[in-house]
Design a protein around this ligand. Structure first.
Ligand SMILES: NC(=O)c1ccc[n+]([C@@H]2O[C@H](COP(=O)([O-])OP(=O)(O)OC[C@H]3O[C@@H](n4cnc5c(N)ncnc54)[C@H](OP(=O)(O)O)[C@@H]3O)[C@@H](O)[C@H]2O)c1
Length: 260
């Protein structure tokens, strides 16, 4: 077991990639704390983890709100103990419109849930990690941080911002036992966010959803989507001692699109 006796807070863990990460971490021995806005999905994930012999607890929260970020960390520490691993995964894509049409309030919301919440949650867990001289933070960024796709300015800016945050936090924590890395997934088409985005893009491009998807996947070296399970396996590597000499990195799990 790669995460025995570890406590992991995984955000956005009611479904999709976050759920896959929480499930795999629990299988590897971590006690996992789940959070997202939809309580029903959190309860179902926690129940499944318990049924498989793992340990999970959860609280519903909107991480675009600073008070909720504080409440989540306090609840995780109260229920499971000091947080050893933080995975900043929660987020939504936001409007699919060009910059000149992008509503300011929506821009702020996207930045708040991806970038500001990652900053706030890191700020809240780092003192405990520094006191133990150990800990790992993993930020789930995106291929959108490194490529150029139209109609997602806030999302791309938030995800690129997360890479800067990753490097700075890594620099500050490196001599205090804390590692900080990021994953840039490519298209994980099984998730709600990805399906909703695909439908909107197809409509805007005037093609059907299958054509839109096929065109996109054709641009990947492997020519296929990634699975949530594949992202979770990379997350496990980066949050375990298997990657003990890696910090400040952004790892592309994209089937071969970005090469830096
Ligand atoms: N799917 C892809 O192709 C892809 C590619 C690259 C990167 N990513 C990134 O991977 C992460 C997970 O996305 P996914 O594809 O798994 O999408 P998803 O299935 O829609 O999952 C998103 C998760 O984030 C939670 N969330 C959203 N807004 C929140 C908020 N304000 N407060 C708390 N939780 C919130 C959602 O729960 P509630 O709605 O219940 O709050 C859900 O649990 C995201 O950061 C996404 O940007 C995805």
């Amino acid at each position: 077991m790669l995460l025995k006796n570890q406590v992991a807070l995984v955000t956005g863990s009611g479904r999709g990639i976050g759920r896959a990460i929480a499930q795999l971490f629990a299988e590897e021995g971590a006690a996992v704390f789940l959070t997202a806005r939809t309580e029903k999905e959190l309860a179902a994930t926690a129940e499944e983890i318990s049924r498989n012999g793992g340990r999970a607890s959860y609280t519903a929260a909107d991480l675009s709100r600073p008070d909720d970020c504080e409440r989540v960390v306090a609840a995780a520490q109260r229920k499971l103990g000091t947080i050893d691993i933080l995975v900043n995964n929660a987020g939504h894509y936001g409007p699919v419109v060009p910059v000149e049409e992008y509503p300011l309030a929506e821009f702020d919301k996207v930045i708040a849930v991806h970038l500001r919440a990652a900053f706030l949650l890191s700020k809240l867990v780092l003192p405990g990690m520094y006191a133990k001289q150990s800990g790992v933070i993993l930020n789930i960024s995106s291929l959108s941080a490194k490529a150029a796709y139209a109609w997602g300015s806030a999302y791309a800016a938030a995800k690129a911002g997360m890479l800067g945050l990753t490097r700075v936090t890594a620099a500050e924590g490196a001599r205090k036992g804390v590692r900080v890395n990021a994953i840039c997934p490519g298209p994980v088409i099984e998730t709600r966010m990805s399906k909703e985005l695909g439908a909107v893009l197809a409509k805007k491009m005037g093609v059907n959803e299958e054509e839109q998807l096929a065109g996109f996947l054709n641009g990947l070296l492997q020519g296929r989507a990634q699975t949530a399970e594949e992202i979770a396996r990379a997350a496990l590597f980066l949050c375990s001692e298997q990657s003990s000499a890696m910090t400040g990195q952004s790892i592309n799990v994209d089937g071969g699109v970005a090469f830096y």
